[in-house]
Design a binder for this molecule. Structure first.
Ligand code: ADP
Ligand code: MG
Length: 319
């Protein structure tokens, strides 16, 4: 690399720490947890050709790499503290590094989440972030918490990222404005961190939707030992997606992937508290179904008819 490894780290990835005890530059970073807090940690890897197109702007890639990790903290109701960045780069391209670090650190600042360390090596483009957050002991939202009788909710709208991908692939045609809107959702998802924290003590279970609504709901059902009926026509969608044929709407909302919205459950007695949490977090939340004791997932349309068509969430080793 023309720009040396240590110059590269110093120029693009080192900033004074504010909350961490020790950041980039030593063998370990040091974080202090407040008394009574548990550490929530998660790790996500982005691989070129698998998770993003080679043509994506580096700024958007920086944003998305951190957004998917923040979304995991959000799903647990944890407050972001810090993250580390393991980066394999084919070359030290300064324009790329400038854009990537800008997108990454702007989102980090927006959530008060500090970059405290990492690793940098030459190799095929690969971005791996480990993130650390805090949550009051025993209050993390878990996939295993859903109970029969709970309502099922989702934040925001679903399916736009998949619609954008299909537009890139040329399988759907979108007008310029609609394309710009769904492309923004795909490239710069906004993780629901504030909503996740507001749902502590309100939601019974939660997951973030990264692989498609049905696949991720099934994770919750399995971990909680319950089943559910889902009102597929109640799943919220954008105006751009609502203008598409129903089959496209269904595929994108139910099995789209890359949504980074929260799917959560709460007992009916908490319905008001759910609405208050949504207002506090300035997020839309919509009730889309009910948890039942009977195992399995049943899909119903607005007329109350059961749907039999199979939709699958994303699985890296099946597609
Ligand atoms: P070590 O030899 O202990 O692995 P390195 O020489 O790889 O340390 O890294 C030096 C310092 O720079 C460490 O504090 C490490 O956490 C940090 N670092 C390396 N790469 C990155 C990166 N991409 N982003 C942020 N910090 C980094
Ligand atoms: Mg190292």
């Amino acid at each position: 690399m023309s720009l040396g490894e240590f110059d590269l780290i110093a120029r693009y990835f080192t900033r004074p720490v504010r909350r961490a005890v020790l950041g980039v530059g030593d063998d370990c970073a040091l974080l202090a947890l407040a008394p009574g807090m548990q550490l929530a940690t998660s790790c996500d890897m982005l691989v070129e050709g698998r998770h993003f197109l080679p043509t994506v702007a580096p700024q958007h890639l920086g944003h998305k790499a951190l957004a998917v990790n923040l979304s995991d903290l959000a799903a647990c109701g944890a407050r972001p503290l810090a993250f580390t960045l393991a980066l394999a780069l084919p070359r030290a391209d300064e324009a790329w590094l400038e854009g990537f670090s800008q997108g990454l650190l702007a989102l980090a600042d927006a959530h008060g989440c500090e970059l405290v360390g990492g690793d940098t090596t030459r190799g095929p483009l690969n971005i791996c972030i480990s993130i650390f957050g805090e949550v009051p002991a025993g209050q993390a939202l878990l996939r295993s918490g859903a109970r029969a009788g709970d309502d099922v909710y989702v934040s925001g709208t679903l399916g736009d990222a998949r619609l954008a991908l299909e537009a890139f692939r040329g399988t759907v045609v979108l007008a310029g404005e609609a394309f710009a809107a769904v492309r923004l959702t795909m490239e710069q998802p906004q993780p629901r961190v504030v909503l996740g924290m507001a749902l502590r003590g309100v939601a019974s279970g939660a997951i973030d939707i990264s692989d498609g609504l049905l696949g991720d709901l099934r994770h919750v059902l399995r971990r909680s030992g319950v089943g559910a009926t889902l009102d597929v026509d109640a799943v919220p969608r954008s105006a751009a997606l609502a203008a598409q044929p129903l089959a496209v709407q269904r595929e994108c909302t139910l099995a789209g992937g890359d949504d980074y919205e929260l799917l959560f459950t709460a007992p009916p007695a908490h319905a008001d508290a759910v609405r208050e949490a949504a207002v506090r977090a300035q997020a839309a939340v919509t009730r889309i179904g009910r948890i039942e004791a009977e195992a399995g997932l049943r899909l119903r349309n607005a007329r109350g008819c059961t749907l039999t068509r199979a939709f699958h969430g994303f699985d890296h080793f099946r597609s």
